[in-house]
Design a binder for this molecule. Structure first.
Ligand SMILES: Nc1ncnc2c1ncn2[C@@H]1O[C@H](COP(=O)(O)OP(=O)(O)OP(=O)(O)O)[C@@H](O)[C@H]1O
Ligand SMILES: [Mg+2]
Length: 247
Protein backbone atom coordinates (compact mmCIF):
# COMPACT_ATOMS: atom_id res chain seq x y z
CA UNK A 1 0.00 0.00 0.00
CA UNK A 2 1.40 3.40 -0.85
CA UNK A 3 2.40 5.87 1.81
CA UNK A 4 0.45 9.07 2.26
CA UNK A 5 2.75 10.47 4.94
CA UNK A 6 6.27 9.40 5.79
CA UNK A 7 8.00 11.27 8.59
CA UNK A 8 11.66 10.46 9.23
CA UNK A 9 13.80 11.63 12.16
CA UNK A 10 11.82 14.84 12.49
CA UNK A 11 13.20 17.50 14.84
CA UNK A 12 12.06 21.03 15.47
CA UNK A 13 13.02 23.79 17.92
CA UNK A 14 11.61 27.22 18.66
CA UNK A 15 14.75 29.30 19.25
CA UNK A 16 16.66 26.91 21.55
CA UNK A 17 13.65 25.00 22.90
CA UNK A 18 13.40 21.54 21.36
CA UNK A 19 9.72 20.76 20.82
CA UNK A 20 9.68 17.86 18.33
CA UNK A 21 12.25 15.14 18.97
CA UNK A 22 13.14 12.39 16.53
CA UNK A 23 9.65 11.56 15.40
CA UNK A 24 9.21 8.73 12.91
CA UNK A 25 5.91 7.43 11.57
CA UNK A 26 4.02 6.77 8.40
CA UNK A 27 0.36 6.69 7.39
CA UNK A 28 -0.70 4.60 4.43
CA UNK A 29 -3.11 6.01 1.89
CA UNK A 30 -6.69 6.04 3.16
CA UNK A 31 -5.70 5.43 6.81
CA UNK A 32 -5.92 7.56 9.92
CA UNK A 33 -3.78 8.45 12.90
CA UNK A 34 -4.86 10.03 16.19
CA UNK A 35 -2.22 11.79 18.28
CA UNK A 36 -2.92 12.17 21.98
CA UNK A 37 -0.78 13.92 24.54
CA UNK A 38 -0.82 16.57 27.25
CA UNK A 39 -0.84 20.31 26.76
CA UNK A 40 2.50 21.65 25.52
CA UNK A 41 3.91 18.31 24.30
CA UNK A 42 4.27 19.60 20.72
CA UNK A 43 1.12 18.41 18.95
CA UNK A 44 0.22 21.68 17.23
CA UNK A 45 3.83 22.20 16.24
CA UNK A 46 3.79 18.79 14.56
CA UNK A 47 0.60 19.73 12.67
CA UNK A 48 2.19 23.00 11.50
CA UNK A 49 5.23 21.05 10.27
CA UNK A 50 3.04 18.55 8.38
CA UNK A 51 1.02 21.42 6.90
CA UNK A 52 4.25 23.04 5.66
CA UNK A 53 3.73 26.12 7.82
CA UNK A 54 6.95 25.46 9.77
CA UNK A 55 10.19 23.97 8.46
CA UNK A 56 11.98 21.09 10.22
CA UNK A 57 15.44 21.65 11.70
CA UNK A 58 16.30 18.06 10.91
CA UNK A 59 14.60 15.14 9.22
CA UNK A 60 12.04 14.98 6.45
CA UNK A 61 8.31 14.89 5.87
CA UNK A 62 7.16 13.25 2.67
CA UNK A 63 3.55 13.38 1.51
CA UNK A 64 2.73 11.20 -1.47
CA UNK A 65 6.46 10.89 -2.07
CA UNK A 66 7.18 14.64 -2.19
CA UNK A 67 9.22 16.38 0.47
CA UNK A 68 7.14 19.05 2.18
CA UNK A 69 8.71 22.44 2.65
CA UNK A 70 5.71 24.58 1.82
CA UNK A 71 1.92 24.38 1.93
CA UNK A 72 0.44 21.68 -0.27
CA UNK A 73 -2.74 22.08 -2.33
CA UNK A 74 -4.25 18.68 -1.54
CA UNK A 75 -3.75 18.94 2.23
CA UNK A 76 -6.77 20.29 4.15
CA UNK A 77 -6.08 21.82 7.56
CA UNK A 78 -8.70 22.37 10.27
CA UNK A 79 -7.63 24.24 13.38
CA UNK A 80 -9.27 24.58 16.75
CA UNK A 81 -10.63 28.10 16.18
CA UNK A 82 -12.22 27.16 12.79
CA UNK A 83 -10.32 29.97 11.00
CA UNK A 84 -13.49 31.42 9.46
CA UNK A 85 -13.69 35.06 8.38
CA UNK A 86 -16.34 36.77 10.55
CA UNK A 87 -17.16 39.38 7.90
CA UNK A 88 -17.92 36.78 5.23
CA UNK A 89 -21.09 34.68 4.96
CA UNK A 90 -21.04 30.90 5.27
CA UNK A 91 -21.23 30.66 1.49
CA UNK A 92 -18.34 33.10 0.96
CA UNK A 93 -16.19 31.35 3.59
CA UNK A 94 -16.63 27.99 1.89
CA UNK A 95 -16.08 29.48 -1.58
CA UNK A 96 -12.88 31.24 -0.59
CA UNK A 97 -10.30 28.61 -1.60
CA UNK A 98 -12.01 28.02 -4.93
CA UNK A 99 -12.14 31.74 -5.73
CA UNK A 100 -8.44 32.09 -4.91
CA UNK A 101 -7.85 29.32 -7.45
CA UNK A 102 -9.77 31.28 -10.10
CA UNK A 103 -12.63 28.84 -10.67
CA UNK A 104 -15.47 30.44 -12.61
CA UNK A 105 -18.51 31.57 -10.64
CA UNK A 106 -20.93 28.91 -11.87
CA UNK A 107 -18.54 26.14 -10.94
CA UNK A 108 -17.88 27.68 -7.51
CA UNK A 109 -21.63 27.96 -6.83
CA UNK A 110 -22.20 24.35 -7.77
CA UNK A 111 -19.33 22.93 -5.69
CA UNK A 112 -20.13 25.09 -2.64
CA UNK A 113 -23.85 24.24 -2.64
CA UNK A 114 -23.02 20.56 -2.90
CA UNK A 115 -20.59 20.75 0.03
CA UNK A 116 -23.07 22.69 2.17
CA UNK A 117 -25.76 20.10 1.42
CA UNK A 118 -23.39 17.31 2.36
CA UNK A 119 -22.71 18.98 5.72
CA UNK A 120 -26.45 19.66 6.23
CA UNK A 121 -25.96 23.43 6.41
CA UNK A 122 -27.26 24.61 3.01
CA UNK A 123 -29.99 26.55 4.86
CA UNK A 124 -27.28 28.63 6.58
CA UNK A 125 -25.43 29.87 3.50
CA UNK A 126 -26.29 33.56 4.00
CA UNK A 127 -25.55 33.63 7.73
CA UNK A 128 -22.37 34.96 9.33
CA UNK A 129 -20.17 32.84 11.66
CA UNK A 130 -21.25 34.84 14.74
CA UNK A 131 -24.86 33.76 14.11
CA UNK A 132 -23.97 30.04 14.22
CA UNK A 133 -23.41 27.47 16.96
CA UNK A 134 -19.98 25.87 17.50
CA UNK A 135 -21.03 22.69 15.68
CA UNK A 136 -22.42 24.66 12.74
CA UNK A 137 -19.21 26.70 12.45
CA UNK A 138 -17.18 23.51 12.56
CA UNK A 139 -19.28 22.14 9.69
CA UNK A 140 -18.53 25.28 7.70
CA UNK A 141 -14.80 24.81 8.38
CA UNK A 142 -14.99 21.17 7.24
CA UNK A 143 -16.97 22.13 4.12
CA UNK A 144 -14.35 24.75 3.30
CA UNK A 145 -11.62 22.11 3.44
CA UNK A 146 -13.59 19.51 1.49
CA UNK A 147 -14.42 21.69 -1.52
CA UNK A 148 -10.70 21.71 -2.31
CA UNK A 149 -10.90 17.94 -2.64
CA UNK A 150 -8.06 17.09 -0.24
CA UNK A 151 -6.46 13.66 -0.11
CA UNK A 152 -5.21 14.40 3.40
CA UNK A 153 -6.91 16.21 6.28
CA UNK A 154 -4.92 17.53 9.25
CA UNK A 155 -7.05 18.41 12.29
CA UNK A 156 -5.78 20.09 15.45
CA UNK A 157 -8.28 19.49 18.28
CA UNK A 158 -11.12 20.38 15.95
CA UNK A 159 -13.92 19.43 18.35
CA UNK A 160 -12.57 20.35 21.77
CA UNK A 161 -14.78 23.44 22.09
CA UNK A 162 -17.97 21.50 21.37
CA UNK A 163 -20.41 19.92 23.81
CA UNK A 164 -20.23 16.13 24.13
CA UNK A 165 -23.18 15.31 21.85
CA UNK A 166 -22.16 17.70 19.08
CA UNK A 167 -18.63 16.34 19.36
CA UNK A 168 -19.86 12.79 18.76
CA UNK A 169 -21.94 13.96 15.83
CA UNK A 170 -18.86 15.61 14.27
CA UNK A 171 -16.72 12.53 14.93
CA UNK A 172 -19.33 10.42 13.10
CA UNK A 173 -19.25 12.88 10.23
CA UNK A 174 -15.46 12.63 9.90
CA UNK A 175 -15.62 8.84 9.95
CA UNK A 176 -18.32 8.85 7.24
CA UNK A 177 -16.34 11.23 5.03
CA UNK A 178 -13.25 9.09 5.55
CA UNK A 179 -15.13 5.95 4.48
CA UNK A 180 -16.84 7.55 1.49
CA UNK A 181 -13.80 9.32 0.07
CA UNK A 182 -10.94 7.10 1.25
CA UNK A 183 -9.59 10.26 2.84
CA UNK A 184 -6.43 9.94 4.94
CA UNK A 185 -6.43 12.04 8.07
CA UNK A 186 -4.53 12.92 11.18
CA UNK A 187 -6.29 14.20 14.27
CA UNK A 188 -4.76 15.73 17.37
CA UNK A 189 -6.81 15.34 20.52
CA UNK A 190 -6.75 15.53 24.31
CA UNK A 191 -9.60 13.10 24.52
CA UNK A 192 -9.15 9.33 24.98
CA UNK A 193 -12.59 8.42 23.54
CA UNK A 194 -11.94 10.55 20.49
CA UNK A 195 -8.53 8.95 19.88
CA UNK A 196 -10.04 5.45 20.08
CA UNK A 197 -13.05 6.31 17.88
CA UNK A 198 -11.11 8.19 15.17
CA UNK A 199 -7.61 6.67 15.21
CA UNK A 200 -6.82 3.60 13.16
CA UNK A 201 -3.49 4.01 14.86
CA UNK A 202 -3.03 6.01 18.04
CA UNK A 203 0.24 7.77 18.87
CA UNK A 204 0.89 8.82 22.45
CA UNK A 205 3.05 11.92 22.57
CA UNK A 206 5.13 13.15 25.52
CA UNK A 207 7.69 15.98 25.58
CA UNK A 208 8.01 16.07 21.79
CA UNK A 209 8.34 12.32 21.29
CA UNK A 210 6.02 9.51 20.21
CA UNK A 211 6.32 7.13 23.17
CA UNK A 212 3.68 4.57 22.09
CA UNK A 213 2.07 3.56 18.81
CA UNK A 214 -1.12 1.53 19.23
CA UNK A 215 -3.00 -0.36 16.53
CA UNK A 216 -6.76 -0.05 16.74
CA UNK A 217 -8.36 -3.13 15.19
CA UNK A 218 -11.87 -1.82 15.96
CA UNK A 219 -11.51 1.39 13.99
CA UNK A 220 -14.19 2.26 11.45
CA UNK A 221 -17.28 0.96 13.24
CA UNK A 222 -19.86 3.73 13.58
CA UNK A 223 -21.43 1.82 16.50
CA UNK A 224 -18.10 1.25 18.25
CA UNK A 225 -18.94 3.51 21.22
CA UNK A 226 -21.68 1.08 22.25
CA UNK A 227 -19.34 -1.91 22.35
CA UNK A 228 -17.27 -3.61 25.02
CA UNK A 229 -14.08 -3.44 22.91
CA UNK A 230 -14.32 0.33 22.86
CA UNK A 231 -14.28 0.57 26.65
CA UNK A 232 -11.48 -1.98 26.87
CA UNK A 233 -9.24 -0.04 24.51
CA UNK A 234 -10.06 3.28 26.19
CA UNK A 235 -9.13 1.72 29.52
CA UNK A 236 -5.90 0.28 28.14
CA UNK A 237 -4.92 3.68 26.77
CA UNK A 238 -5.87 5.37 30.03
CA UNK A 239 -3.74 2.97 32.10
CA UNK A 240 -0.82 3.39 29.70
CA UNK A 241 -1.01 7.17 29.87
CA UNK A 242 -1.35 7.17 33.61
CA UNK A 243 1.76 4.97 33.96
CA UNK A 244 3.61 7.52 31.83
CA UNK A 245 2.42 10.34 34.13
CA UNK A 246 0.32 11.86 31.36
CA UNK A 247 -2.94 11.93 33.31
N1 LIG B 1 5.86 30.34 18.54
C1 LIG B 1 6.44 29.76 19.61
N2 LIG B 1 7.61 30.21 20.10
C2 LIG B 1 8.21 29.62 21.16
N3 LIG B 1 7.71 28.55 21.80
C3 LIG B 1 6.55 28.05 21.36
C4 LIG B 1 5.85 28.62 20.24
N4 LIG B 1 4.72 27.90 20.03
C5 LIG B 1 4.71 26.93 20.97
N5 LIG B 1 5.80 27.01 21.76
C6 LIG B 1 6.14 26.08 22.87
O1 LIG B 1 6.37 24.80 22.29
C7 LIG B 1 5.81 23.78 23.11
C8 LIG B 1 4.83 22.94 22.29
O2 LIG B 1 3.74 23.76 21.91
P1 LIG B 1 2.51 23.19 21.06
O3 LIG B 1 1.61 24.31 20.80
O4 LIG B 1 3.03 22.44 19.90
O5 LIG B 1 1.89 22.17 22.14
P2 LIG B 1 0.52 21.36 22.09
O6 LIG B 1 0.84 19.93 22.36
O7 LIG B 1 -0.22 21.66 20.85
O8 LIG B 1 -0.28 21.94 23.36
P3 LIG B 1 -1.87 22.14 23.57
O9 LIG B 1 -2.42 20.76 23.83
O10 LIG B 1 -1.97 23.01 24.77
O11 LIG B 1 -2.44 22.78 22.34
C9 LIG B 1 5.20 24.49 24.30
O12 LIG B 1 6.10 24.44 25.36
C10 LIG B 1 5.00 25.91 23.83
O13 LIG B 1 5.12 26.81 24.90
MG1 LIG C 1 -2.03 22.58 20.44
Amino acid sequence: MSKMIKVSDLNFSYQNKKVVKNINFSINEGKSLAIIGPSGCGKSTLIYLLAGLLKPNQGTIKINGDIINNIRKKTGVILQNYGLFPWKTVFANVALGLKVRNYDKKKVDKIVVKALEKMGIDNLQNKYPAELSGGQNQRVAIARSLVLNPDLLLMDEPFSALDALTREEMQNLILKIHKENKLSYLIVTHNIDEAVFLGQEIAVMKDGEFIHMIDNPYFGDLKLREKEEFFELCKELRVMMSEDDLL
